[in-house]
Design a protein around this ligand. Structure first.
Ligand code: SAH
Length: 246
């Protein structure tokens, strides 16, 4: 891979967080880590705390109206966000990781991978002051219907999903097109040596060398698994295929 550091067209993630030390974290390993090292993508972190203005360098305060926990201040976070967005040569989507956001799907992951990068806001405590979300054109993305203690693990998961789609990151791009969600289905099961394990053989069709039969078998398994495990995906898949046949 040619050295691309400093090039403006490198896919760039900027993460705004109270805990920049959590990055690259897991993204420093394996595929994402190698790609980071060879500058296929770039990762910058911004510490909200450096934008605090009072002598205690506070970034949060108690919730208006009372209640438990602390809320991240709009003025401090906006100062950080505005500096990042103003300094950028190309505008990147601005995303707040939030359980109230739109659930993250592979389609959004793909679109992010095709763009110039992303700016991620990681919340902590009870979250951020609502006025920040109203004024800064922020997209809210959720990892799922559960509550994390901070946006950082969600940012790491989102970046992991995007980075593996960037050109040159995954050795064999064929592995990307066959995966879960690519065709609106969950993936078929995999097997490898030994040929028999724990009394169970590998399904003979996979050893037949007949590629048409193997494809048909895999598609049938994909459909079966999706139908049984994810009726929501299955309904959408059936509806879309009926649409195509019209
Ligand atoms: N009080 C909030 C939860 C705050 S959790 C609520 O009930 O909605 C603290 C931070 O963790 C959030 O600001 C957000 O950045 C992050 N977070 C928690 N759960 C998340 C999820 N499912 N997806 C993405 N980010 C999440």
């Amino acid at each position: 891979m040619p050295e691309q550091a400093g090039a403006t067209n490198v896919w760039t993630a900027t993460v705004l967080s109270l805990f920049p030390g959590m990055f690259p974290g897991p993204l420093g390993f394996s595929l994402a880590g190698k790609a980071l090292e060879s500058a296929i993508w770039r990762l910058e972190t911004v510490d909200f705390r450096t934008f605090a203005r009072d002598k205690h360098r506070s970034v949060d305060d108690s919730p208006a109206g009372g209640g438990a926990g602390m809320v991240l201040r709009a003025d401090v976070l906006a100062a950080a966000i505005d500096e990042v967005m103003a300094g950028a040569e190309v505008q990147r989507p601005l995303v707040y990781l939030s359980p109230r956001g739109a659930p993250l799907h592979q389609k959004r992951v793909q679109a992010l991978a095709e763009g110039p990068g992303v700016v991620l806001i990681c919340g902590r405590f009870e979250g951020v002051d609502e006025r920040l979300l109203q004024t800064r054109g922020i997209e809210e993305i959720s990892l799922g219907d559960f509550v994390l203690s901070g946006g950082e693990p969600a940012a790491i998961a989102l970046l992991d999903a995007v980075v593996r789609l960037l050109p040159g990151v995954t050795g064999n791009p064929g592995t990307l097109t066959e995966e879960s969600f690519e065709a609106g289905l969950l993936e078929y099961p995999h097997y490898t040596k030994p040929g028999e394990w724990d009394g169970m053989p590998i399904p003979p069709v996979l050893l037949s060398g007949n590629h048409a039969q193997i494809s048909a078998w895999r598609k049938a398994r994909s459909e079966e698994i999706t139908r049984l495990r994810r009726p929501d995906l299955w309904r959408r898949y059936v509806a879309e295929n009926e649409e195509h046949e019209k």
